[in-house]
Design a protein around this ligand. Structure first.
Ligand SMILES: *[C@@H]1O[C@H](CO)[C@@H](O)[C@H](O)[C@H]1NC(C)=O
Ligand SMILES: *[C@@H]1O[C@H](CO)[C@@H](O)[C@H](O)[C@H]1NC(C)=O
Ligand SMILES: *[C@@H]1O[C@H](CO)[C@@H](O)[C@H](O)[C@H]1NC(C)=O
Ligand SMILES: *[C@@H]1O[C@H](CO)[C@@H](O)[C@H](O)[C@H]1NC(C)=O
Length: 362
């Protein structure tokens, strides 16, 4: 199933230019798949929807940076400097024949850390700031079922919409890749590739905010440009790239009736979102930002190993890092009669209401 996903993805990543420092954290197999969420619903066992979680084994319903850093391992491949947790909703195939749900094989998560924006030294700024201990944020909106205000760069709402995108990778045929919002309508022979860009401007004070978003803001050009005066501190520009093997379901559905849904109960794709709870050693990250930024060597070219402040561990080692789910329910397999949490499908275009799981057995 999709073993070599990362190599073609890198080739497909169009806007990573040379001469702008960056590195990647590769997370090949998930730590755990379950319904907990220490950012949105701390302490709750059985939250609204299933997430695929990558990162530190210190992940729990209540974990903070200290707990993540105390984890014994991480499923991502920069350790021990990065013990962060990264999570996003799971994707399911809804069989048009009888309506049952099947998990979609996941080709992994790549987390891009890019030095972008006016605050970046290479662009004449004072330099970027490492995520401080306790920092967390979300990009995207679980209740969204349609484009919110268009996909432009004119204001923060448009930028928030533009930040949630996908690539339908099709280069194994004569059909070209294509890009969009929501969900595509065709098979993506080489993978369905969701890209979640995060805000890179911080208010410099709050590690979190009630909506987990307003303490941060997007760059004026999303992956470059300026920070608003309310959020003047430049952070690394982070992007999740998630790949699913939708092609393994080819032949079981007819275009254009895209049969895949997110665990959020979303057949539109607009609810895609990413959660980040920093488990960084902030000193190591600051060193990587300040010193692994030479446009003339491999640190300017996405080679994480070239940065002496980061330790890249093997995929084999990272893959052994697993956590036991604390929610006792089936989230995978090929024969689910309902989405976990009994989430009903809500197609919008109005915002979805968050379904209460109290009458869904766990
Ligand atoms: C995490 O929570 C523990 C226990 O409540 C607390 O002692 C610690 O300071 C917290 N760490 C951070 C980074 O907030
Ligand atoms: C970001 O913008 C600056 C200033 O316009 C420009 O010099 C730089 O090349 C841009 N970076 C990227 C990666 O496009
Ligand atoms: C799937 O589950 C249904 C009911 O839960 C059951 O009747 C059916 O036999 C199962 N099919 C397979 C292939 O396991
Ligand atoms: C849907 O939710 C978004 C984000 O929370 C909000 O900005 C928007 O106004 C909502 N739309 C409606 C129609 O309520």
């Amino acid at each position: 199933m999709f073993k070599n996903a990362f190599a073609p993805l890198l080739a497909a990543l169009v806007y990573v230019g040379a001469a702008h420092a960056w590195f990647r954290v590769a997370c090949t197999t998930p730590l755990v798949t379950e319904r907990i969420d220490p950012i949105v619903s701390p302490g709750v066992i059985g939250t609204n929807h299933v997430h695929t979680v990558h990162g530190s084994s210190g992940f729990s319903a209540t974990s903070n940076t200290t707990d993540l850093r105390a984890g014994s391992c991480t499923s991502c491949e920069v350790s021990p400097q990065d013990m962060s947790a990264y999570w996003f909703p799971k994707l399911y195939f809804k069989d048009p024949a009888d309506g049952h749900f099947e998990e979609v094989p996941n080709g992994g998560l790549l987390v891009y850390y890019l030095q972008r924006g006016d605050q970046e030294k290479i662009n004449g700024g004072p330099g970027l700031t490492a995520f401080p201990p306790g920092f967390r944020m979300i990009s995207g909106d679980v209740t969204s079922r349609s484009s919110q205000g268009g996909q432009g760069y004119d204001n923060q709402q448009e930028l928030a919409q533009s930040a949630i995108q996908w690539y339908c990778l099709r280069y194994t045929t004569s059909d070209p890749d294509y890009v969009g919002y929501g969900f595509p309508t065709t098979d993506c022979e080489a993978g369905f590739n969701a890209r979640i860009q995060f805000p890179s401007c911080w208010d410099g004070e709050n590690l979190d905010s009630p909506d987990h978003k307003s303490h941060v803001a997007y760059l004026s050009g999303l992956d470059n440009g300026s920070c608003p005066p309310t959020h003047p501190v430049g952070l690394m520009h982070m992007m999740f790239e998630i790949t699913w093997d939708v092609h393994s379901f080819a032949g079981r559905w007819s275009e254009p009736d895209w049969p895949f849904v997110y665990a959020t109960g979303d057949p539109t794709g607009y609810s895609q979102h990413g959660d980040f709870l920093s488990g960084w050693d902030s000193v190591a990250l600051q060193n990587a930002i300040d010193n692994c930024n030479n446009p003339n060597d491999e640190t300017g070219n996405g080679v994480t190993e070239a940065c002496s402040y980061l330790t890249v561990i093997s995929q084999d080692t990272a893959t052994t890092c697993k956590a036991d789910p604390v929610v006792n329910e089936q989230t995978g397999g090929t024969n689910l009669s309902k989405l976990p949490g009994c989430n009903p499908l809500q197609a919008g275009p109005q915002n979805a209401t968050l379904y209460s799981t109290s009458n869904c057995p766990i």
